[in-house]
Design a protein around this ligand. Structure first.
Ligand SMILES: CC[C@@H](C(=O)O)C(=O)SCCNC(=O)CCNC(=O)[C@H](O)C(C)(C)COP(=O)(O)OP(=O)(O)OC[C@H]1O[C@@H](n2cnc3c(N)ncnc32)[C@H](O)[C@@H]1OP(=O)(O)O
Ligand SMILES: [Co+2]
Length: 133
């Protein structure tokens, strides 16, 4: 794993949360993006060497909407950048982690992503990300 690529935060009100993180961090998001396949709106703020990803569910059955309904707003996942996502998926599988995707899928911000089930990672949802080159 190379570094913490981003921390994902589930929010109820995208506009309110973007305003709050602007006031908190003193920077505008460098990108906002709708990811249809995940049923989310996302925005990314650079902070130090990593990023904060705000996520709003856009459909009632999206992972973010379900998370907020069950657990409220808050930290939803930690994303680690990897050099070779296929290799890392194989390694984690062999270590007994439960992967939520058989193959990498297209995420936000020009990345391939794969998720690790929180039940196999001490209650934390892990995202692997690899830049699409
Ligand atoms: C925008 C793209 C991408 C990026 O490029 O950055 C993203 O970040 S997308 C982010 C949204 N997408 C995902 O999260 C996809 C992966 N997640 C999933 O597949 C599911 O959310 C899940 C983790 C498998 C859970 O789904 P499901 O089992 O259908 O939901 P339940 O509500 O029944 O939850 C079961 C169980 O798991 C707990 N849970 C759910 N989410 C989390 C979480 N983020 N962190 C920790 N724990 C989580 C939930 O509370 C339930 O626990 P129990 O009640 O104790 O059983
Ligand atoms: Co993410």
């Amino acid at each position: 794993m190379l570094n913490v690529e981003h921390i994902g935060i589930a929010v109820k009100d995208f506009s309110q949360a973007n305003g709050l993180y602007f006031r908190l961090l003193g920077v505008e998001p460098y990108k906002t993006e709708h990811v249809e396949s995940e049923g989310v709106n996302t925005s990314f703020f650079r902070v130090g060497g990593t990023k904060i990803e705000l996520l709003e569910g856009t459909t009632p059955d999206s992972a973010i909407s379900k998370f907020i309904e069950k657990r409220g707003e808050g930290i939803h996942h930690i994303a680690f950048e990897v050099e070779d996502i296929l290799k890392e998926m194989e390694r984690l599988k062999s270590e007994g982690f439960i992967l939520l995707n058989d193959a990498p899928k297209k995420g936000a911000d020009n990345k391939l992503v794969c998720f690790v089930h929180p039940k196999s990672a001490n209650g934390v949802l892990i995202e692997l990300t690899q830049e699409i080159r």
